[in-house]
Design a protein around this ligand. Sequence first.
Ligand SMILES: [Zn+2]
Length: 231
Amino acid sequence: MKNPWWNDFLSLFFPLLCLLCRYNQRTTNQPLCLACQAKLSPTNLHLHHENEFTDRFIGRVQLETATALYYFSKTSKVQTLLHLLKYGDRPMIGVQLGRWYGYLLKEQALFSTIDLIIPVPLHPKRERQRGYNQSTQFAMGLSEALNIPYKEGVLERRMYTTTQTGKNRFDRLENVLSAFQLKQKDIIAGKHVLLVDDVLTTGATLEACALQLLEAPDVKISMATIAIAMN
Ligand SMILES: [Zn+2]
């Protein structure tokens, strides 16, 4: 399927449809049609090792670099895309966005030093309900495009927190910090790990995961998400 002529030939009979509008055609490498792409705001954060993503972790976690594909706002098309990925039984959205982003990240030298991609885990109960972990889908696409392995099971999510409303900020943070546990220390020792999630909001989840990964010796951490919420 790597042959572009073959893909062109196939597209005569099976046109690739945009993952968002599912109406317009897209090209093989692009997850979205041109019209939908125009409605999204790519961040280009990957062009700078230090950026507004890494800034949010200053004093919390030491990062090599971090990046997000799109800016997120409650009214944007990115929200539709993430909602379909999480609740619409559309795991391929994660894979396709991962492939596309991996293709862009490949151009940046720092990302070529990554040894292993680790998705933020869901609680097993929630993953069974959803049928997949959206962060793993994104990790799979990144892994394919970057030619870097991904691995599940390194971190485990322990608690099943259905709602966090009614708790104060400190309780919420405590709740999240104790939700993850490092299960496979040896696998990440001495490695540069790319921790992957769907969206960066407060950063509490990514922080909790990173702090666990740093329990292993000589670990370097970078992060990538599909979207970053604007403050
Ligand atoms: Zn579209």
